[in-house]
Ligand binder design. Structure first.
Ligand code: ADP
Ligand code: MG
Length: 199
């Protein structure tokens, strides 16, 4: 079973990898964006960790809704509201249970990803974070490491795509040949799950 401590470890692991990879995320956001994705998320996850320490939420759902709220209020850009919605909606779906199992998490995360698609209007293949998140949720039934691999492959597979959503879409065909920064950070988020599980 996964308790609030597991979800705290998930956020902590993601904050650390976002910190480590911030320059790379910003570099990916340079040719097809405005070179702020790494710094945006770095700021956001710092705020997440500070809020988790201060408020010490006691359930999985509360950890995620608090984290999502922090991302919405601190990240800015397109990715702040989208990641914030992902975590808030996932947290809401987990309700106020003290512990959840992996199947409940997979179902909740599916609701979160659906909410991101509704908010941003992106579908798989549009060269966004959705291209890492949907395969990850699809693979979650096979365990956290399978979800991590699926997210990483999904992020890599954005390179040949033409962007149809977000800032990169303004470039039209010139967006082809670059890996999407948001799909890359989504792979870090999913990798954080496996790390939290010690897998
Ligand atoms: P901004 O584009 O406002 O500078 P960021 O650089 O932080 O925001 O994030 C860019 C990332 O956000 C993109 O790489 C893409 O993955 C994601 N993104 C942008 N628009 C959308 C959308 N409508 N739906 C899903 N993801 C999106
Ligand atoms: Mg940007």
């Amino acid at each position: 079973m996964l308790d609030a401590e597991f979800f705290r470890r998930w956020m902590t692991a993601t904050a650390a990898s976002v910190d480590r990879e911030a320059e790379r995320l910003t570099a990916l956001d340079s040719p097809i964006g405005d070179a702020d994705h790494g710094s945006n998320l770095q700021r956001g996850f710092k705020a997440v960790i500070a809020a988790l320490e201060k408020e010490a939420p006691q359930t999985p759902g509360a950890v995620l809704t608090l984290s999502g709220r922090q991302l919405i209020s601190t990240v800015g850009g397109a990715s702040g509201p989208l990641y914030g919605t992902l975590l808030r909606r996932t947290g809401k779906a987990l309700g106020d249970a003290a512990e959840v199992d992996e199947a409940q998490l997979a179902e909740a995360l599916r609701a979160g990803v659906d909410a991101v698609m509704t908010l941003g209007g992106a579908a798989p293949g549009d060269k966004t974070m959705i291209d890492a998140l949907v395969p990850a949720v699809d693979a979650l039934g096979d365990g956290f490491p399978a979800a991590r691999t699926a997210a990483e492959q999904g992020a890599l597979a954005t390179t040949p795509l033409q962007a149809r959503k977000g800032r990169a879409s303004y470039l039209g065909e010139r967006s082809v040949g670059h890996q999407d920064p948001g799909a890359t950070s989504s792979a870090l988020l999913i990798a954080g799950l496996a790390e939290a599980a010690g897998e």
